[in-house]
Design a protein around this ligand. Structure first.
Ligand SMILES: *[C@@H]1O[C@H](CO)[C@@H](O)[C@H](O)[C@H]1NC(C)=O
Ligand SMILES: *[C@@H]1O[C@H](CO)[C@@H](O)[C@H](O)[C@H]1NC(C)=O
Ligand SMILES: *[C@@H]1O[C@H](CO)[C@@H](O)[C@H](O)[C@H]1NC(C)=O
Ligand SMILES: *[C@@H]1O[C@H](CO)[C@@H](O)[C@H](O)[C@H]1NC(C)=O
Ligand SMILES: *[C@@H]1O[C@H](CO)[C@@H](O)[C@H](O)[C@H]1NC(C)=O
Length: 296
């Protein structure tokens, strides 16, 4: 039941996001400096006035189709989050939503839709709080964490990649757990083993974000005398893999976890080569983007 309101259709919005001048320049000083990315939100349907007031409820977001959630994420970043220095900070979450769209696993009121809705609601309500639109947290504990993130980001306090990633991933983790609890208390039908495994993969990614500097330390220590260039490569790959201002790492990671889950839980008995082809394409895209980032 997609509450699509044809009559509320707004004209096509084309919004320019000048990444170099906004948050990216303080977060990733050496990357993408000269790239001005154009985010095109095509045929955005603001299906509810809550898009402009940032007060959509958990239930509303959950009951949308995933494509609407994707548009909402893009819309928030392009229209509201510039003032928070965060107009590119949720592209990682766009990657997740794109993935759920491809797999068809996050339709309205499914188990996954609860997790996705909680993640998006937390960001939305936190932004509303910092922008002084409202102070309703929707009882989502992720809101407090994202408020702290946005405040720090506005103050320019997250220029250090390690601190940025710690704050970002901590907030994201809390919201994901909240979504899992919401699904439980709403008696949403149980997730497939593969879906549960994939959500656990999201957790692992966030934990990697938190512990990246420890891992890099050990990689460096292990390879310093034997293969320093390999250590540098691993470090750079990890840094790219945990970036949130691009949807590509999360798209790749989700596909990888999904395929592993498929093997573990026997979904590949029938075999589907198009899945592997997709994985290959996304891996190639990851490699391209990684190389582009590494060049700077
Ligand atoms: C959002 O806020 C507006 C203005 O206060 C209100 O009219 C509307 O009902 C709110 N929407 C939700 C979903 O709470
Ligand atoms: C979920 O199920 C429990 C136990 O069957 C019940 O008490 C609760 O009211 C249900 N919650 C919802 C939202 O339907
Ligand atoms: C990563 O860090 C988090 C908290 O910062 C901790 O809970 C987790 O156990 C760590 N994981 C590893 C593998 O070190
Ligand atoms: C170091 O690792 C790279 C792969 O990144 C490899 O091509 C190279 O041969 C290695 N060098 C040594 C000295 O082992
Ligand atoms: C493989 O999966 C894709 C989408 O995931 C689907 O469109 C296609 O029909 C599947 N092919 C087979 C042979 O099952």
């Amino acid at each position: 039941m997609a509450p699509v309101n044809i009559f509320g259709l707004k004209p096509t919005l084309i919004i320019l996001v000048l990444i170099p001048f906004i948050s990216a320049s303080c977060l990733y000083p050496n990357i993408d400096r000269e790239v001005s990315s154009q985010l095109i939100i095509d045929d955005v349907q603001t299906i509810s006035s809550c898009w402009d007031l940032l007060n959509c409820t958990f239930e509303e977001i959950r009951d949308w189709q995933p494509v609407t959630r994707l548009h909402f994420l893009q819309y928030m970043q392009a229209t509201h989050f510039q003032r928070l220095g965060s107009s590119d900070q949720f592209r990682d979450m766009e990657g997740i939503t794109e993935f759920t769209m491809r797999k068809g696993i996050a339709g309205a009121r499914t188990w996954v839709s609860h997790v996705e809705a909680a993640a998006i609601e937390a960001v939305e309500r936190a932004a509303a709080t910092v922008l002084e639109y409202s102070h309703d947290t929707g009882s989502n504990p992720g809101v407090v964490k994202w408020v702290a993130f946005f405040r720090e980001q506005c103050r320019g306090g997250l220029g250090d990649r390690r601190e940025h990633d710690q704050a970002w991933s901590a907030a994201s983790l809390v919201a994901i757990e909240h979504g899992i609890n919401r699904a439980k208390s709403a008696n949403a039908s149980d997730p497939a083993a593969r879906e549960l495994f994939w959500v656990h993969g999201l957790r692992v990614h966030r934990e990697l974000m938190q512990n990246r500097s420890i891992i890099v330390f050990f990689v460096r220590a292990a390879l310093i005398f034997t293969n320093k260039s390999l250590a540098v490569t691993i470090e750079r790959a990890l840094e790219f893999f945990t970036r949130v201002n691009t949807p590509v790492p999360m798209k790749l990671w989700s596909e990888v976890v999904w395929q592993v889950g498929g093997i573990l839980f026997g979904y590949h008995v029938e075999g589907n080569s198009s899945d592997w082809e997709l994985l290959r394409l996304i891996a190639a895209q990851f490699w391209q983007e990684y190389q582009k980032a590494a060049k700077d």
